[in-house]
Design a protein around this ligand. Structure first.
Ligand code: FAD
Length: 353
């Protein structure tokens, strides 16, 4: 089967590697130049363990991270996202600076992609295009695979720090259903804090020192993580989508990873589930070597019972707020911080700094 992988992120690399191990060498097209991808906090969730074990790199992954336990077993490995992607992508051939700009169709199915690259526009023929091009997947949209954004207007800070803390994971809910997270591994740490969707400029206006103080006050267990932050360059403000697709494939194209489903970042589940997608799809392709639609149907039949219940249970802020009792924010939970003159923040409309 001629397979094109759209996107050389974590999941595109994983599916290419797992296919390669099974004797199928796909063409991986990645629009970014060679080099590490943007980083963020990362815990490999247990949903991804079978794929990583199949790659034969679980011991190496564990050696670079710290296991997170629920008391009985390992449910995740906190580690550097960049280390993890480097391990998964090792030895996988990728055509960098190649952007898929359109799909080629014949007889009611997608039979190739149009690609802009250093040598101009070319066509790559395919029996199956794997859309692993992220949450805002253009390939998914061009193929007509419907997606729904279930996010409810939430923003969030994510940072990665060189500071080492004394634990793999810490998390607290705020009174209004927000969440503050810290993760640590042997050589670094990272954090995540949900705030209102207020835009990057407003989110960063109070300054990095105010952010460090607020994060440390909200999550003292991981306060050390912010010690290594010296500028906003190390902190990303985003407004993540919570994405679902009622169906993951059409003839000639299948969406996996973030292109197929994206959960709130604090679930720590998206990457692991994407790895599960990659694993299942590689196996389904090998079992249906001459039938791309059969492979996609098998893939969907395997993944529906795993992914759909998690989508239904995704802790969007509305659900978190209900669980938290819909309480008013404590003064230290406001961002931007309250001014000194605005009192406790619970006695009237808060004023922003
Ligand atoms: C703040 C934050 C925290 C997170 N924490 C965790 C966590 O703790 N645990 C976890 O499991 N997951 C976590 N995730 C999610 C995890 O990072 C993703 O699920 C994972 O990286 C898989 O991404 P992907 O490969 O599907 O997509 P992406 O990483 O988005 O990769 C898509 C790739 O496709 C390329 N591309 C896009 N369009 C085209 C095109 N037209 N042509 C060619 N290439 C294209 C892009 O350049 C990109 O490299 C987190 C995410 C965020 C944002």
């Amino acid at each position: 089967m001629r397979v094109v992988v759209a996107g050389g992120g974590m999941i595109g690399l994983a599916v290419a590697r797992l296919l390669g191990q099974r004797g199928i060498e796909p063409v991986v097209l990645e629009r970014r130049p060679v080099g590490p991808p943007p980083t963020h906090p990362f815990m490999l969730g247990y949903h991804g363990y079978p794929a990583v074990e199949d790659m034969g790199v679980m011991d190496e992954v564990r050696s670079l991270g710290w296991d997170v336990s629920d008391g009985a077993r390992s449910i995740g490995v906190s580690m550097s996202f960049l280390d993890f992607v480097e391990i998964v992508g090792r030895g996988v051939p990728v055509e960098h600076e190649h952007t898929i700009v359109d799909l080629v169709r014949a007889d009611g199915r997608v039979v190739g992609v149009l690609v802009d690259g250093p040598d101009g526009r070319t066509t790559v023929e395919s029996d199956l295009v794997i859309a692993a091009d992220g949450v805002r997947s253009r390939v998914r949209d061009m193929a007509g695979i419907e997606s729904r954004d279930e996010s409810r207007g939430e923003g969030g800070f994510a940072f990665v720090s060189p500071s080492v803390i004394d634990r793999p994971f810490a998390m607290r809910f705020t009174s209004d259903g927000g969440v503050v997270i810290g993760v640590g591994w042997p050589t670094g740490s990272a954090g995540w804090w949900t705030i209102d969707k207020i835009g990057r400029e407003a989110a960063m206006a109070p300054g990095i020192d105010a952010f460090k103080a607020a994060y440390a006050a909200l999550l003292p267990e991981a306060a050390g993580a912010v010690e290594g932050l010296t500028s906003w360059e190390q902190v990303h403000y985003g407004e993540p989508m919570v994405l679902t697709c009622p169906r993951w494939w059409v003839p000639g194209v299948v969406a996996i990873g973030d292109a197929a489903h994206f959960f709130s970042p604090e679930t720590g589940a998206s990457g692991g589930l994407g790895l599960g997608d990659a694993h299942a799809l590689a196996e389904a392709i090998v079992r249906n070597p001459d039938d791309a639609d059969g492979a996609c149907a098998m893939f969907a039949a395997w993944r529906e019972p795993i992914v759909r219940p998690l989508e239904a249970a995704d802790p969007s802020r509305a659900q978190r707020r209900a669980a938290a009792g819909g309480g008013a924010r404590r003064p230290e939970e406001h961002w931007p911080p309250l001014t000194a003159s605005s009192g406790s923040g619970e006695d009237g409309p808060p004023r922003r700094a």
